[in-house]
Write a protein that binds this ligand. Sequence first.
Ligand code: UDP
Length: 246
Amino acid sequence: MRDTVEILGVKIDKVTEEQALEIAKGFLKGDKVAKIYTPNPEIIMAAREDSDFKKILNDADLCTADGIGVVYGAKILKNPVPCRVAGFDLTCNLLDYMKDTEDSVFLFGAKPGVAKIAKQKLMEKYPGLKVAGTNDGYFSKGDIPAIVEKINNSGAKLLLVCLGMKKQEQWIAEYQSELKTVKLCMGVGGTLDVFAGDVKRAPKIFIKLNLEWFYRLMKQPSRIGRFAALPKFVIAVFKSKKGMKK
Ligand code: UDP
């Protein structure tokens, strides 16, 4: 049974990093295609405006609190999650486990060339890791059958879908039934850019102080519009607690 807190209609699992990893490992051994999403405040706000997207998120097998905003949201609702479980960290932990197994991963998303560089870097970082294939994230609808075939032919057990929020979760929801060897799909945004070295993760001190968002804002000021979702999110959670709609 999942222990979740519902934040603005989106169910978030109350798990630690270790528990999330154990659950993900279990999915790789499962007999269906499991889905992990890692909502941040921006994703939850987008789901608030789009009920189909909300349904997709709530159809996940595990939804972790990516971002300190979500952790605070749960606290405001007096139903706290134990900690933040960032999609990037969960992915790293899972790949670290997979390097000692026969299970392989397929990297799907990001600009042309990025997934291939990420593959090289990952094989250096996790010696023994099997990266079964890559595909960039810029395609037309007509390309999708070939991409699905490529994923199926690769034999990958884990599929990292990095197409940006909403697009990646929608892709997984739409095509999961066509996946033949994949046991776990994870929608993990800009992860491949970080693996490839195109985007730097914040220094540990920022992460520890829950200031990773601030670091990203300094590095990519053009994202300011996206960060504006955070105060709106906090206000919306307070209002939802009081039973008000907007
Ligand atoms: N992306 C993609 N296809 C698209 C749009 C975006 O592959 O049609 C990739 C983009 O190149 C980047 C990632 O999706 O690697 C989105 O990264 P971001 O940090 O914006 O993730 P988000 O916060 O949206 O989950």
